[in-house]
Write a protein that binds this ligand. Structure first.
Ligand SMILES: Cc1cc2nc3c(=O)[nH]c(=O)nc-3n(C[C@H](O)[C@H](O)[C@H](O)COP(=O)(O)OP(=O)(O)OC[C@H]3O[C@@H](n4cnc5c(N)ncnc54)[C@H](O)[C@@H]3O)c2cc1C
Ligand code: SF4
Ligand code: SF4
Ligand code: SF4
Length: 388
């Protein structure tokens, strides 16, 4: 029976919950940090051991090298996607073959969870990175059913979710394409809820949706933009000036398992890994226009076959190392910040000003660096306007 005694050893993938034949495991939110963990009911447990057998942390896949790496941009999708728009282009291929797509969406109540799509309109909600752990809900079971029915399925998620899905399925399916993202880590839904409430209180306005990677100021220096119920902009702040985003990037708010991630270095078993190609200026300088380019790791022959079918205006093979630039997360977990424990303790104090508390822990870059970045961002916006 699954028992979580060390939180760093549970990525929250929910494979155990889905695999339990007695349905006696539920995910419960911890009070201290706002992440969900499985809790089994010993009275209903039949001792079958399935939960331990499907756990991707306990049964890690071996590390593996990608077959090849690519720089890719899909013009039709790049604007509304976080990187170069490869995910929706892959979704289109799968849809055209009568398939189903699973990915992370933000619901109207700002909760992030996995949903399925059978039309490109439905895929729209999956586009864009959401920097909150997504609840897989019943997506593993639903995927299994579609696969057994002979439908093609594209399942996208974090590397640990792909590892969780694959352990849950326990066999390979030709009709399954798995796509993960490079992964710095995830903040929890508890902190996200608290932060959204404090932003709404400060703005005296309802927030109905959030774009974490708003590229209107450029791909590199993106903004976090919040929209009201009518689609109006309630707040738009550059990611480094938003306390939630700044602490995410500083690695302060990640799930404990992210500091000891077991799904890095190709251990997720995914067919394709999507990332931002931050080395663009040196690896494909002709694409250095601040609109967005994906760095794609192709991990399997199936992944290669799908990549050859997408509609992309720019595709170039690059060195694997080019995708790893500024993406240390491919091979190493973020170290635990010294003040992480203090940060979460303070957050739990009754009546705390959540926004102010987060802001207190942001390490600001020195003024000359901030000024330099601002000037660079303005110049790049001007350049993008000229190109258009
Ligand atoms: C939590 C997180 C951390 C990331 N860390 C890095 C990083 O360190 N370096 C880097 O280069 N790239 C990172 N990325 C990946 C990058 O931001 C893009 O999501 C990726 O390159 C896909 O871009 P796209 O333009 O092809 O697709 P888009 O159209 O932007 O599609 C986004 C894809 O991400 C999935 N997704 C979005 N939010 C979540 C979520 N919360 N959980 C699971 N899946 C989600 C969607 O299902 C979809 O498949 C991260 C993404 C996430 C979600
Ligand atoms: S041992 Fe079997 S019945 Fe018990 S919690 Fe695990 S999966 Fe469920
Ligand atoms: S890592 Fe996944 S399978 Fe393992 S205990 Fe946590 S939720 Fe369950
Ligand atoms: S860093 Fe690892 S454990 Fe954390 S969300 Fe990403 S894949 Fe999962």
């Amino acid at each position: 029976m699954i028992v979580i005694s060390d939180k760093s050893k549970c990525c929250g993938c929910t494979a155990c919950v889905n695999a339990c034949p007695a349905q006696c495991i539920v995910m419960r939110r911890d009070r201290e940090e706002g992440f969900d963990y499985p809790v089994a009911n010993p009275d209903r447990c039949i001792g079958c051991g399935k939960c331990d057998a499907v756990c991707p942390v306990k049964n890690q896949y071996a590390a593996s090298e990608p077959l090849t790496a690519m720089a890719v941009r899909c013009e039709e999708y790049v604007g509304g996607s976080s990187s170069g728009g490869v995910f929706p282009a892959l979704a289109k291929v799968v849809m055209d073959e009568g398939g189903v797509v699973f990915g992370a969406v933000m619901e109207r109540d700002l909760i992030v969870g996995h949903a399925e799509a059978e039309t490109m309109e439905e895929v729209q909600r999956m586009r864009g990175s959401k920097y909150v752990q997504s609840d897989p809900y019943s997506s593993y079971m639903d995927t299994e059913q579609y696969l057994k029915d002979g439908r093609k399925v594209l399942f996208s998620g974090t590397p640990c979710q792909i590892a969780g899905l694959k352990h849950y399925l326990a066999k390979d399916y030709d009709n399954l394409l798995t796509v993960d993202t490079a992964c710095h880590g995830v903040p929890g839904p508890g902190l996200w809820e608290m932060y959204m409430k404090s932003l709404q209180d400060r703005a005296h306005s309802e927030i109905a949706s959030v774009r974490f990677r708003d590229k209107s100021r450029g791909w590199r220096h993106y903004a976090m933009t919040c929209f009201g119920p009518e689609g109006q902009v309630v707040r738009s702040v550059s990611a480094e000036d938003d306390p939630y985003m700044a602490l995410f990037m500083q690695g302060m708010t990640l799930r404990p398992s992210c500091y000891a991630c077991q799904a890095r270095e190709g251990r997720s078993g995914s067919d394709i890994t999507l990332a931002d190609l931050w080395s663009v200026a040196s690896s494909v300088p002709e694409m250095n226009d601040d609109i967005g380019v994906s760095g794609v790791m192709v991990n399997s022959e199936k992944g290669r076959a799908y990549m050859s079918r997408i509609k992309a205006e720019f595709v170039r093979e690059v060195q694997v190392e080019a995708v790893m630039v500024e993406n240390g997360g491919f091979s190493k977990s973020h170290p635990v910040p010294e003040k992480r424990e203090e940060f979460f303790k303070g957050l739990g104090v009754a009546g705390v000003d959540v926004y102010g508390h987060l802001k207190k822990y942001v390490i600001r870059r020195p003024l000359p660096v901030r000024l330099y970045r601002k000037v660079r961002s303005v110049l790049s916006a001007m350049k993008r306007r000229v190109i258009k």
